[in-house]
Design a binder for this molecule. Sequence first.
Ligand code: 3HC
Length: 283
Amino acid sequence: MEIKTIGVIGAGTMGSGIAQVAAEAGFKVIMRDLEEQFVQRGLAAVERNMDRAVEKGKKSQTEAAALLERISGTTRLEDLGEADFVIEAIIENMAIKKELYAKLDAICKEGAVLASNTSGLSITEMASATGRPQRVVGMHFFNPVPVMKLVEVIRGFDTADEIFELTMALSREMGKEPIAVNEAPLFAVNRILVPMINEAAFVLMEGVASAEDIDRGMMLGANHPIGPLALADLVGLDVLLAVMETLHGETGDSKYRPCPLMRKLVRAGHYGRKTGRGFYTYG
Ligand code: 3HC
C-alpha cells in the first residue's frame, strides 16, 4: 500500500510534532483541529521549529518553506477523506475518541489506516467503533516529537500483520526507531516511565527531598537527561494524571494509585510548562 497523504487529528504539542516529522519525510500532511485558532497554533509551532533549523544551518530557507507548504491546516474532518494514513492525537478520553473513530470510518477511504497516538488507552476499544478494526493500530510518539527517536507500534486485538508492519515501516520513514508492542494498559514505555514520575511526586509530597534535589539525583545518579519532575512539567500533569488513572483503573492494582499532590496540582490548573506552573514555576 502506498502512502502519500498523512492526516493528523489534533494540532496540539503531539499533533503538530507528528505533522512536522511526517512533512519532513516528504509526505503531504493535512492537520485538523476543532477550531481555527488551534490549527494556527499548531502550524506556528512547526514554523518556529523551521526558523530555528534555518538559524542553526540545519535546513535551507527553501527546504523549510517546502516543508511548511506540505502541511495544510483545516477544521473540517471531511478533508481527511483524502488521507491514506491518519494519526489521531486528540484528548485522552475514550468516549470522545470512539466518536471520532466512528466518524473517520465513514469519511476515510476504504483502505486508509487509522492510527492512534494515545499514551496508553486501548487500541482495541477505539477499533471497535469502526468497521475496519484490522486497519486500526497504535503509533505512540514521544514528546518532543521532532527530537525523540522512539515510536511504540501497538498491535490491537484485530490489527492485521500487514498493517502492523506498514506502521513499523512508516515510523522508520519518519526518521524514528519503532519498537513492537502488544496492547496492554500504557503499553511498554509509559508503564515503566509514568509510575516512576508518580513515585517522584510521592517522594516530594512526603518531604523526602526537594523537587530540585529529586531531579538532580535522578540526572546524576541514573543518567536521566532530565529529572522526573521537570519531565512531568514538560509532558503535562493533566496528561500524566489521566495516564496514571488508566493504569490504576485497568489493573485495579493499588501500587499504581496517582499521587495526591499531582491530583491537587491538576485541580488547581497547574499543568506544567503549558500553564506556566507545575512542580516548578516558569517565567
Ligand atoms: N521541538 C523541537 N525541537 C526541540 C524541542 C521541541 N519542543 N525541544 C528541544 N528541541 C531540540 C532543540 O532545538 C535542540 O536541537 P539541536 O540539538 O539541533 O540544537 C535539542 O532538542 C536539544 O535541546 P536543548 O539543548 O534546548 O535542551 P536539552 O538538551 O535539555 O534537550 C530534551 C531537551 C531533548 C527535551 C531533553 O530535555 C530530553 O531528552 N528530555 C526527556 C524527554 C522525554 O523523556 N520525553 C518522553 C516524555 S514521555 C512521553 O512523551 C510519552 C507520553 O505518552 C506521556
